[in-house]
Design a protein around this ligand. Structure first.
Ligand SMILES: Cc1ncc(COP(=O)(O)O)c(C=O)c1O
Length: 398
């Protein structure tokens, strides 16, 4: 392979750029995971993750990708044949639905157009009609990474409350946690699922469940078979900082550093930074006269943007030009959207100039790939970015 100078632009919506501080933190000898030194680390990262999930309740950390934490959420709370309500918001909601089906759950999968989030009105209607309370859980993907559409979790919670339905609420925040405001406790979510490789700025390999008291109660009677994913063993060991099996020690060093970085910046600032970069990106897309996949501005994602290709043009051909010419990876369209959209990741360890570089590469790529567009997307984004960032204005004043 030929060496390419400069840093590769990894602008897929996760895994994201791993900052040097996190890389350096992982670059240490692995320690005895039964030692007092490890227990201190274990306690620190579990407590730190509670702050990231905005919860005072238990958090479990698995040495697994996000899909493992999806499975953990289901097998710990549900029993074979239980009915669950889900929404076809895109590729990842569809995959979670397949998993639920394979595990022996009965899924009601409300069809969707992959351009909207889960509809709170539909949630209320379906739950209100379920007088027998046969639905045991409502499952939603907070940020659909395949479509760049964010479902309105507090509104779905309010809809569940209005229907006075006791179903558990299970939410996937794999591409939103630590990027888009998310409050496990305040929004009364029962199990929140997350992964390490997106807003948490880590390599892939860790995943999480944040758990409510109600979910813990449900786990006592849930009958789906579970062993590796069982919360009981995890929570028992975690109290003293340990794990029931070998933890991802070096990733946990990185997690400790990532949590410190997020806390230094402040979660509210992290969310505002992502909102601002998403707005700048949308301004570029509009100036190019291309179409956003998401149709509802109240559901625009702050961690990525999905752009529809003009009819007759292939998103993968554009992505190839951008990769070959500018050493930048953009997200592909997934399943139903294959070739039709490209996705711009702007989450994790990311700043104004990284976004400007990303948008430059796309604008040049659009020209080289012969995709009809207007010039000026980068200008529109730069104008917005130059208008000021409340945080850097504060830094300048100090
Ligand atoms: C929203 C969402 N859910 C689930 C997953 C699956 O997670 P993993 O690939 O870490 O198993 C992803 C991966 O990108 C995702 O974006």
């Amino acid at each position: 392979m030929v060496h390419r100078a400069g840093r590769h632009f990894l602008q897929i919506p996760g895994p994201t750029n791993v900052p040097d501080r996190v890389l350096r933190a992982t670059d240490r000898s692995t320690i005895d995971h039964r030692s007092a030194e490890f227990a201190a680390l274990g306690r620190e990262v579990v407590d730190g993750m509670k702050r990231i999930f905005q919860t005072s309740g238990p958090v479990v950390i698995y040495p697994a990708s996000g899909t493992g934490a999806w499975e953990a959420a289901l097998v710990n709370t549900l029993s074979p044949g239980d009915r669950v309500l889900m929404f076809e918001t895109g590729h990842f909601a569809t995959l979670w639905q397949h998993m639920a089906h394979k595990l022996g759950l009965e899924v009601e999968f409300v069809p969707g157009d992959w351009r909207h989030g889960a509809d709170p009105a539909q949630v209320e209607e379906r739950l209100a009609a379920d007088k027998q309370h046969s639905f045991k859980a409502v499952m939603a993907v907070h940020n659909e990474t395949s479509t760049a559409v964010t479902s309105r979790i507090p509104e779905i919670r309010a809809a569940m409350d209005r229907a006075r339905h006791p179903a558990l609420f299970l939410v996937d925040t794999i591409s939103s946690l630590a990027s888009i405001d998310y409050r496990h406790e305040e929004w009364r979510v029962d199990v929140t699922v997350a992964g390490s490789q997106k807003g948490l700025m880590l390599p892939p390999g860790l995943s999480f469940n944040a758990i409510s008291q109600k979910a813990l109660e449900a786990s006592k009677t849930a009958k789906l078979p579970r062993s590796y994913w069982d919360w009981e063993g995890m929570l028992g060991s975690n109290q003293t900082g340990f794990f029931p099996y070998t933890p991802g020690t070096n990733l946990l060093y990185g997690l400790k550093e990532a949590i410190a970085m997020l806390m230094e910046e402040g979660l509210a600032n992290v969310f505002a930074r992502h909102d601002r970069h998403a707005e700048a990106t949308r301004r570029a897309v509009r100036a190019w006269e291309l179409e956003l996949l998401g149709l509802n501005p109240a559901e625009y994602s702050s961690s990525l943007t999905a752009v529809l290709m003009p009819r007759g043009h292939d998103a993968d051909a554009l992505r190839k030009v951008v990769l070959v010419r500018f050493d930048m990876s953009l997200g592909a369209g997934l399943t139903k959207m294959a070739g039709k959209v490209f996705r711009i990741g702007h989450l994790g360890d990311f700043n104004d100039l990284m976004l400007a570089g990303t948008l430059c590469g796309i604008e040049m790529g659009l020209g080289l790939a012969g995709v009809p567009h207007r010039k000026g997307g980068v200008d529109a984004a730069m104008k917005f970015l130059a208008e000021g960032d409340p945080r850097s204005d504060k830094v300048a004043a100090e």
